[in-house]
Ligand binder design. Structure first.
Ligand SMILES: [Zn+2]
Length: 408
């Protein structure tokens, strides 16, 4: 069906350019029980994302030009988002030798990343940046000092102490960000730091940008909306007052994510970074997992939150309390990531949002195979009612406005 913009606007809906997600996990090849390209593309559309970038931590990892080409040939069903592929920085994503970055870019890789892991060896990372500069494609780095994060499973702070869980200190991210920026300064390469979660990281990027370095960064909807109190059972979004009736039990593995949910001051610092332009993009880090990987003890569970389908509601929540303007977050979901990736915003891709729709997050209504989100059962406000790819309505859902929804 051709998109009729006026019909949606007449209903009071907001029509904005289709969202671009520069960081998502589609799990194919290798982990199709968690997600496939097709289920991921459909879940993306439900979340308003018309273009997504798939990370290469698959099995095999996306480290060969042949695999990039093969994957680009898959997943062209009409009811799905456009997909770009990010190739690995190192061969086998093992962090020992560089992948054939020039050939990978020629095959169509949109960026490079060993996401899930940082490139630990600084000399190797320096070479990676130098090769990336030749290709004109950015390096998307997952900044983490693995020696500092060690066996940590949540943010290191008062909540981890209370719960008796090993923590991941803010410094595990910030020392990595500082190293990466120093190497970007040295090489002049385009460095993109993904899923930044601490105020200290944002400060480092702010300074790097002030120095004129080609450094960019993104933050995720879950880090913008949730704190480490969620691991202890809170289900209040960062701008809401604590509600006893909403509380869940502690140690729910759906709250386990890397980088971890941080403290309130960090959450506010991420929003401040969005507002002053330090943060270029909002990226979901959509990380679906089959239930077997999550239905285990907290410290054994896989890291990651299934993020496509709740992203808009979380981000609009912060807009609702004036932590950022609507235009700021829409830019961070559209032109911001396009600029980071060096791609055009597709001209006839649109996302239609009902900002007032209240809905309950239900596992059986998610298109993603990964139901791993601590938002299951929560009422959220703001929902995607239609997504348009190339001028055709590729997804249309019902915005079920406040019908007999109790906050339970
Ligand atoms: Zn990562």
């Amino acid at each position: 069906m051709r998109f009729d913009r006026h019909a949606f606007e007449a209903k009071g809906h907001l029509v904005v350019p289709g969202f671009i997600d520069l960081h998502a996990h589609l799990r194919e090849p290798g982990f199709e029980d968690s997600e496939t390209i097709e289920t991921g593309r459909r879940a993306a559309l439900r979340g308003g994302f018309t273009t997504i970038c798939a990370m290469p931590n698959t099995e095999p990892p996306i480290d060969s030009p042949g695999l990039v080409k093969e994957l680009l040939g898959r997943g062209h069903g009409v009811n799905g988002a456009r997909v770009h592929y990010v190739a690995t920085i190192t061969r086998g994503r093992k962090g020992r030798e560089l992948a054939d970055m020039v050939e990978l870019a020629a095959a169509g890789a949109v960026a490079f990343s060993d996401d899930g892991s940082p490139v630990q060896d600084p000399r190797l990372f320096r070479s990676a940046l130098e090769y990336a500069r030749v290709t004109g494609r950015p390096v998307i780095e997952h900044p983490e000092d693995l020696a500092l994060s060690a066996k940590g499973v949540m943010h290191e702070g008062t909540v981890s102490a209370r719960l008796g869980l090993p923590g991941i200190p803010a410094a595990a991210e910030e020392t990595a960000v500082a190293r990466d920026i120093a190497l970007a300064r040295m090489t002049g390469a385009r460095l993109h730091l993904t899923h930044l979660s601490t105020g200290g990281s944002i400060d480092l990027v702010r300074r790097a940008k002030a120095d004129g370095l080609p450094v960019t960064c993104d933050v995720t909807p879950h880090h913008l909306a949730m704190t480490d109190e969620w691991v202890a059972g809170s289900r209040a979004l960062a701008w809401e007052v604590e509600d006893e009736a909403l509380r869940a039990g502690p140690y729910e593995s759906s709250t386990k994510v890397n980088p971890p949910l941080r403290g309130r001051a960090d959450v506010r610092a991420l929003w401040a970074g969005l507002v002053d332009g330090t943060v270029d993009a909002i990226a979901t880090d959509h990380a679906p997992h089959a239930s077997v990987k999550k239905e285990v003890e907290f410290d054994q569970a896989a890291f990651g939150i299934s993020g496509f389908e709740t992203a808009v509601a979380l981000v609009l929540g912060g807009v609702g309390v004036h932590w950022a303007a609507l235009g700021t977050v829409i830019d961070a979901l559209t032109v911001g990531p396009a600029r980071v990736l060096g791609i055009e915003v597709p001209r006839d891709d649109w996302t239609v949002i009902d900002r007032d729709a209240e809905w309950i997050v239900r596992a059986d209504e998610m298109a993603s195979k990964g139901k791993n989100t601590p938002l299951i059962g929560r009422t959220l406000t703001g929902r995607v009612v239609a997504t348009v790819v190339g001028g055709e309505v590729a997804y249309e859902g019902e915005a079920r406005v406040t019908e007999a929804i109790s906050r339970r």
